[in-house]
Design a protein around this ligand. Structure first.
Ligand SMILES: CC(C)(COP(=O)(O)OP(=O)(O)OC[C@H]1O[C@@H](n2cnc3c(N)ncnc32)[C@H](O)[C@@H]1OP(=O)(O)O)[C@@H](O)C(=O)NCCC(=O)NCCS
Length: 180
């Protein structure tokens, strides 16, 4: 079990880890072009503040950069105060050790308290047991199925939508504190 998890803005020196994680991805739109690398460098430079509709932070576990977490708030896509989460723990061998749950818990506190969110949502593949378990553990409600949502090499996949409102977060947070 990982003992200490924190979030911090990404730094220029993190670029290689982030790039390597992207290059390992089997997502059909994984983009290895110079333009994609420049875009990632810009996102890292803006990490830590909401810029171009995104708040991007690094996840640190036991002193090492273990992953990234983002809240997206596209100007034309979501109402004010609503954020959509993306998260990845880079090393598959440390997934399932509690890093994702603690990182998303910290990030929810930041979004609801500092960024004045009134709703946070995430979507994930119906078969993504780890993401679903993390969301449910933190108090997200399952809100429905987005049929044929995500294009993959094997055709579109069904995704599930989870959401947590400010009121539900305040209730859930009391339970996290009592269960660790
Ligand atoms: C999804 C993800 C961020 C979760 O982070 P994590 O550190 O693995 O999650 P945690 O260890 O905090 O919790 C995972 C829970 O799911 C369970 N689980 C079930 N199947 C699992 C699997 N294949 N891998 C990991 N955990 C799994 C774990 O036992 C744990 O439950 P518990 O707390 O009751 O023991 C991480 O697994 C990841 O980066 N996956 C690849 C990228 C991804 O899917 N991102 C989300 C896209 S929407």
């Amino acid at each position: 079990m990982t003992s200490h998890v924190s979030l911090r803005p990404l730094q220029a020196g993190d670029l290689e880890s982030l790039w390597a994680a992207r290059m390992r991805s089997d997502e059909p739109w994984a983009d290895s072009s110079d333009a994609a690398r420049r875009k990632l460098r810009d996102r890292v430079a803006n990490s830590g503040r909401v810029t171009h509709g995104e708040l991007l932070l690094g996840i640190v576990a036991d002193g090492h950069l273990a992953g990234e977490i983002q809240a997206r708030q596209p100007e034309m896509g979501l109402p004010p105060g609503v954020f959509e989460i993306g998260i990845e723990i880079f090393d598959p061998t440390v997934r399932g050790t509690g890093i994702g749950r603690r990182a998303l818990g910290l990030f929810l506190v930041h979004l609801f308290v500092e960024e004045h969110a009134h709703r946070v949502q995430l979507t994930t593949d119906v078969d993504n047991a780890a993401m679903r378990r993390v969301a449910e553990h933190l108090g997200f409600a399952l809100e429905g199925t987005l049929r044929g949502f995500m294009p993959t090499k094997n055709g579109p996949r069904d995704y599930v939508m989870y959401g947590i409102t400010l009121g539900a977060f305040e209730e859930a947070r009391k339970r996290w504190n009592s269960t660790g």
